[in-house]
Design a protein around this ligand. Structure first.
Ligand SMILES: Cc1cc2nc3c(=O)[nH]c(=O)nc-3n(C[C@H](O)[C@H](O)[C@H](O)COP(=O)(O)OP(=O)(O)OC[C@H]3O[C@@H](n4cnc5c(N)ncnc54)[C@H](O)[C@@H]3O)c2cc1C
Length: 400
């Protein structure tokens, strides 16, 4: 049997399985972020079907389609995973699980973790039982991440951790944190960093939420006071965590670029929205010449970016990358997302200025919040200026 016909058979089986197992209510875009499923010890399922959907997908290993079966993953080839993605998109299936563990930590554990760590942590990520947060940034270490000062001192069979993290998204809901700590304060700063996994329920860990301009509060400050972490939780080699950290950032940047593609509010294309809001529902060119040009430019850039991302995700699925080029996607994708969100709010006119109260639909209020949230896209995961530095040095090979 040829590869093509095997793949076709896989497509048919996948389609039939999805038909039978994807609940009807899970076949629509998520317009309300509170319906998203992030898993964890205290997982919230606003809709009962989302629990069922997660359980079914996890049992197949399809929350992590290409991870090895021995850890509970789907064991699919890159080509099969692509078919699965296409079939899920075809029926507009919701993502069964959103997870920093799936997007960032898992791939790094597969590459740098030891066997014991993979067996211990990957199945919980795949089944959505463990929710992870990212402990990178500190008040004095954001763009200059290698300046981080949270100390981890080896004391017998454990590390003693003291210090503070900031901007830890969803730390208040997470079960575990993947964290960068300083294990050697002497010598070059990049050489004294280690990558360690911390149970958020450990005595001495405390979390304080931070309020944002968008009204939501996904951020926290995280404090460590004499926190004991077993030696076995160190990933990779002692003092060589910088390589692990950088690799994880490549996965994070690839994800930030990709996520823009299926953001929750994307139930309507930009041209559709312009026709509805600016043209009063009449198809045809927009009357406003300047707005028309702006829309055409943003839409063309969006489609080009989408195609380039698809090409890149196919290479990643085929085992090539992600590499430093993720910085290009991160830079372009996030700046483009800001332009798109700005245009949407412009189309909405006064309805885009609402924050609360009567006179605005829930969807309008959400879109205004999404526009504000997009301002952070070019900061999180490394700011645009830092991506430009990386592109100059690592992609173009320009001198420092
Ligand atoms: C929505 C969001 C979610 C986040 N989630 C997390 C998380 O879960 N975990 C976590 O650890 N962190 C998280 N962060 C933190 C994020 O990684 C940092 O905010 C980011 O790396 C920038 O660091 P900083 O805020 O300290 O800014 P700074 O480093 O102080 O930078 C301030 C400004 O100076 C510029 N700048 C700094 N250095 C240079 C340079 N060498 N060349 C040119 N320009 C420069 C920057 O680009 C920026 O414009 C999140 C941030 C956001 C916005």
């Amino acid at each position: 049997m040829s590869d093509a016909s095997e793949l076709e058979q896989f497509r048919e089986e996948t389609r039939a399985w999805l038909q039978e197992n994807c609940p009807k209510s899970m076949r629509s875009k998520i317009l309300d972020p509170t319906e998203e499923v992030w898993g964890g010890r205290n997982a919230k399922f606003k809709l009962p079907d989302s629990k069922l959907w997660l359980e079914r997908m996890a049992a197949k290993g399809w929350t992590a389609p290409t991870w090895p079966k021995q850890y509970g993953g789907g064991g699919l080839s890159a080509a099969e995973a692509r078919v699965l993605e296409e079939e899920l998109k075809r029926i507009e299936a919701r993502s069964a699980l959103k997870s920093f563990g799936l997007w960032m930590l898992g791939p790094v554990l597969l590459e740098y973790g030891n066997e014991e760590q993979r067996q211990r942590f990957l199945p919980g990520i795949i089944r959505g039982e463990t929710r992870w947060c990212q402990g990178y940034s500190e008040p004095g270490a954001g763009s200059d991440l290698a300046s981080l000062a949270t100390r981890a001192e080896l004391q017998g069979d454990h590390y003693l951790i003291n210090g503070q993290k900031i901007w830890t998204s969803h730390a208040d809901k997470a079960d575990w944190m993947f964290c960068l700590v300083r294990t050697n304060p002497d010598g070059k700063k990049h050489d004294g960093i280690s990558f360690i996994l911390i149970d958020m329920q450990s005595p001495g860990v405390s979390v304080r939420p931070i309020q944002l301009i968008s009204g939501a509060s996904p951020f926290c400050e995280t404090f460590f006071e004499d926190v004991r972490v077993p030696k076995a939780n160190l990933v990779g080699e002692l003092n060589h965590g910088w390589s692990v950290a950088k690799r994880l950032l490549q996965h994070e940047r690839a994800l930030i670029s990709k996520l823009r593609d299926d953001a929750p509010e994307e139930d309507e294309t930009l041209p559709e929205m312009a026709i509805r809001l600016v043209n009063g529902g009449e198809p045809g060119p927009l009357q406003d010449h300047a707005l028309r040009e702006r829309l055409a430019q943003v839409e063309m850039d969006f489609l080009c970016n989408k195609l380039t991302l698809r090409r890149s995700s196919e290479s990643i699925a085929a085992g090539i990358g992600p590499g430093p080029e993720t910085s290009m996607f991160k830079l372009y994708g996030t700046e483009l997302n800001k332009r798109r969100k700005e245009l949407k709010v412009l189309f909405m006119g006064y309805q885009g200025l609402g924050w609360e109260g009567a006179g605005y639909t829930a969807r309008e209020l959400q879109m205004t919040r999404d526009w504000l949230r997009s301002r952070a896209n070019s900061i999180e995961g490394g700011s645009s200026e830092i991506q430009l530095n990386i592109i100059a040095k690592r992609v173009l090979g320009l001198p420092s």
